[in-house]
Design a protein around this ligand. Structure first.
Ligand code: SF4
Length: 444
């Protein structure tokens, strides 16, 4: 008789490796038009992550798959800042994220006591919830940054895990070796990741190694206990075109790849975060390099923004980059709003940023031939051909805005819109094929 006890299966990757298909894998398979075994196999390999904290599952969250062969997921950031703490406005943003098809919400609250908002968010939203514990550490521990200890930081991570956070951005890859490369080679925009800059500052002042790197195994134990997916933060993502694909970004990416393997070995699901700002022609190669160095872990990207001068319109610069990145291998897009680089987004910014990112993700899914990705596009073509406006709203990514604009400008000729009125090309050709009178010009 064996005296060895079987290891406890907790995480999606534990179950997948044991050959078991979880209800979450089934749910992802159904939504993505894939066989459950397709999902299980890739969760076991780390190519797909299903960020679903066991606490949030009990509260009725939906399961989302991020990774190979699946539709590109979209995240909405929100949360109060020290300069603007309006919880009611943040709840409006939650509603927009849920109503307009976001897959995830990251609560980036970074001032004061944030726990109540986070817990209520996890209680109420069925979407994936992500956080960056480093943002919360100062407020949670009520200590200045440089006084925070490794135990303080891990206590914050544990609190977020206990609350039911599904994925956490943790900047584990910025170690002393990476900061040495950064200081030796220099950059135009230095470090633009908020969490990365905090850790860099902490490391420089204390002289210590990044605790999330030094005690990575301890971090993995917390994540395993609750099935928190680690989203390995890219502290050194380029903050301008000039810094993209430089030595510092690449040095950190190599470290992140090593950490992916350690996380998987500990039964913890992983995603890896990416740029940033990057010229259009560099994006595809960067995605391929990242996938290679990080062993095909799901890739979570901010844009990238394809120019640095689109101020006020950065939801567009990011969506252009997002369509390229997602069609070249990125699996998860973090939205960017028109307020990027300027101020905390308001509710309208959130809607504009979400829709721009959804369009980028959807365009990429069509190019990637994700199963059934273009079904709605083909239905939209049919609805337009019939000038069936109600059917058009059902196909639209944002039916509310489309319908509102149409109704604000009533057309004089039935079935058409005020763009062309009686000269509506669709109407004219329909009349030709119906054999009815083409009345154009006769009454004018
Ligand atoms: S009026 Fe012009 S824009 Fe409007 S539906 Fe007809 S062809 Fe399209």
């Amino acid at each position: 008789m064996s005296t060895q006890t079987e290891p406890k299966l907790v995480t999606q990757i534990d179950f997948a490796r044991a050959g078991q298909i979880t209800p979450q894998m089934k749910e992802v398979a159904e939504r993505e038009h894939r066989d459950p075994e397709y999902i299980r196999k890739r969760v076991a390999d780390g190519r797909i992550a299903i960020p679903a904290n066991i606490v949030h599952i009990k509260k009725g969250m939906r399961a989302f798959g991020v990774g190979e062969g699946l539709s590109t997921k979209v995240n909405v950031n929100l949360g109060i800042s020290g300069d603007k703490a309006d919880a009611a406005e943040e709840w409006k943003k939650v509603k927009i994220a849920e109503d307009f098809g976001a897959d995830a919400i990251m609560d980036l609250s970074n001032s004061g006591k944030t726990r109540q908002f986070r817990q209520q968010l996890i209680d109420e939203t069925p979407l994936m919830v992500g956080t960056v514990p480093m943002y919360d550490a100062i407020g949670y521990m009520e200590k200045p940054l440089v006084k925070l200890t490794k135990d303080d930081l891990f206590e914050v991570v544990r609190a977020h895990a206990e609350d039911g956070v599904d994925f956490m951005t943790i900047h584990c890859g910025i170690n002393k070796s990476v900061t040495k490369t950064f200081k030796e080679t220099g950059r135009l925009m230095n470090i633009v990741s908020r969490g990365g800059s905090l850790l860099f500052g902490w490391m420089e002042v204390t002289g210590n190694e990044n605790p999330f790197y030094e005690y990575f195994d301890e971090l993995l134990e917390i994540c395993h206990e609750y099935d928190v997916t680690i989203s390995l933060g890219d502290s050194c993502r380029p903050g301008c075109l000039y810094d993209s694909n430089d030595a510092t970004e690449t040095a950190e990416m190599i470290e992140l790849g090593k950490l992916c393997k350690r996380a998987w070995a500990a039964g913890v699901q992983v995603m890896v975060e990416g740029p940033g700002h990057m010229a259009l022609d560099e994006i595809a190669a960067n995605m391929k390099l990242q996938k290679r160095l990080c062993h095909n872990a799901p890739f979570y990207v901010l844009g990238p923004l394809v120019t640095d001068i689109g101020v006020g319109y950065d939801h567009i610069t990011a969506a252009i980059g997002g369509a390229i990145s997602a069609s070249s291998g990125a699996d998860f897009l973090c939205y960017v709003t028109p307020a990027e680089h300027l101020c905390l987004p308001n509710a309208q910014d959130v809607l504009d940023g979400l829709m721009a990112t959804k369009i980028a993700a959807h365009a990429a899914d069509i190019a990637k031939k994700v199963p059934h990705a273009r079904d709605m596009d083909d239905k939209m073509g049919q609805a337009r051909r019939k000038l069936d406006w109600d059917a058009m709203w059902k196909c639209a990514l944002d039916p509310v805005t489309g319908k509102k604009r149409y109704e604000e400008s009533p057309a004089a000729t039935e079935g058409t819109c005020t763009m062309c009125g009686k000269m509506c090309a669709v109407r004219t050709v329909n009349k030709v094929f119906e054999g009815t009178t083409i009345d154009l010009g006769m009454e004018d």
